[in-house]
Design a protein around this ligand. Structure first.
Ligand SMILES: [Zn+2]
Ligand SMILES: [Zn+2]
Length: 257
C-alpha cells in the first residue's frame, strides 16, 4: 500500500497504483497495522472520508468534527485502490469468520446469495426484463420493455472468460478503470488481515460456477447489496450492486436492503 504521493488536478500519484489515480482522505490511524475499525461518510463517492472507531468516539463526544479532533485524526490523502485495500483490512464483518479454513468463502457466498434471493423474491431482479450497462455512469439499468425498473451504481468484482476458462479479479485487471476496479481491492485488504492468500489467486481452468463463488465472496467483502452477472460475448463481468434504487417514475418501493 503506497504512502501518499503527489496530488494534482488529475489525481494522485501512487507508488503502487500509478499516476493520476482518484483519491480520498482517511484518518492516520487507519494506515497502521492495528485493527482500529472503519467508519466512513457513506456518500456516493468512490472514497468517502473515512476514520477509525477512536476518532468516532472523539467526534461524538465533541458533537462533530472540530479543529482539535480534526487535527488529532491526522487526516491523510490516499489513492482509491489503497483506500479500498485499507477498508477491506479494517472493516468489521459480522458474519465472516476468518479463523476457520473454508468457512470464509462459504460464509461470504451465503451472505451474497441471501441478498440476491431477497432481490429476486421482492423484485424479480434476475428473472424479469433485461439490463443495460452504462459505462460512463458506472451504472446498471434494469428495464422491462421500454420501462426502466431499477438503477444501481456498480463496481466490478471480477470476470470469467469462457475462452480461457479463467477467473480474473478486478484488481488484477488493467483493462478496467480505477473507478470500476478500486473497490475490489477490499479483497486484498481482507487477505492482508487474515493471511487468506488463496483469495489472491486468479484461478486457472475453473468453471463459471467457481467464478460465481469467488465473485460472491468478493462482493460480500466489498459490502455489496447484491451480485449481478452480465455476459458480454464470451466474457462474464460480475458486478457488485452498490445502491440498487427504483427508477424515477416507477412505483416500485425501494429495496429493503
Ligand atoms: Zn482515527
Ligand atoms: Zn495506491
Amino acid at each position: 500500500m503506497g504512502d501518499a504521493g503527489e496530488r494534482s488536478d488529475r489525481g494522485l500519484d501512487c507508488a503502487v497504483h500509478g499516476v493520476g489515480v482518484p483519491y480520498g482522505f482517511m484518518c492516520g490511524h487507519l494506515f497502521g497495522p492495528q485493527q482500529v475499525g472503519w467508519l466512513d461518510a457513506g456518500s456516493d463517492e468512490l472514497c468517502p472520508d473515512a476514520w477509525c472507531e477512536a476518532c468516532e468516539e472523539t467526534r461524538k463526544a465533541s458533537g462533530g468534527w472540530t479543529d482539535e479532533n480534526g487535527a488529532a485524526a491526522g487526516v491523510r490523502v490516499v489513492c482509491a485502490c489503497c483506500y479500498h485495500r485499507h477498508r477491506g483490512r479494517q472493516r468489521r464483518f459480522n458474519h465472516l469468520d476468518p479463523s476457520t479454513p473454508g468457512t470464509l468463502m462459504a460464509g461470504a457466498c451465503r451472505e451474497t446469495q441471501d441478498l440476491n434471493d431477497r432481490l429476486e423474491a421482492d423484485h424479480e431482479l434476475f428473472s424479469r426484463g433485461s439490463w443495460h450497462f452504462d459505462l460512463g455512469r458506472q451504472q446498471l439499468d434494469f428495464t422491462e420493455g421500454n420501462a426502466p425498473r431499477f438503477h444501481s451504481r456498480v463496481a466490478v468484482v471480477g470476470s470469467y472468460s469462457e475462452a480461457t476458462k479463467t477467473w480474473l479479479w478486478a484488481w488484477a485487471n488493467s483493462n478496467l478503470s480505477v473507478e470500476l476496479s478500486a473497490r475490489s481491492h477490499a479483497v486484498l485488504g481482507y487477505a492482508d488481515r487474515t493471511g487468506r492468500n488463496e483469495l489472491l489467486l486468479s484461478k486457472q481452468a475453473c468453471t463459471l460456477d467457481d467464478a460465481w463463488h469467488s465473485a460472491a465472496g468478493g462482493a460480500a467483502l466489498m459490502g455489496a447489496r447484491g451480485l449481478y452477472r452480465c455476459p458480454f460475448e464470451s466474457l462474464h463481468l460480475f458486478f457488485a450492486l452498490l445502491d440498487l434504487r427504483p427508477a424515477a417514475g416507477s412505483d416500485i418501493a425501494a429495496p429493503g436492503v
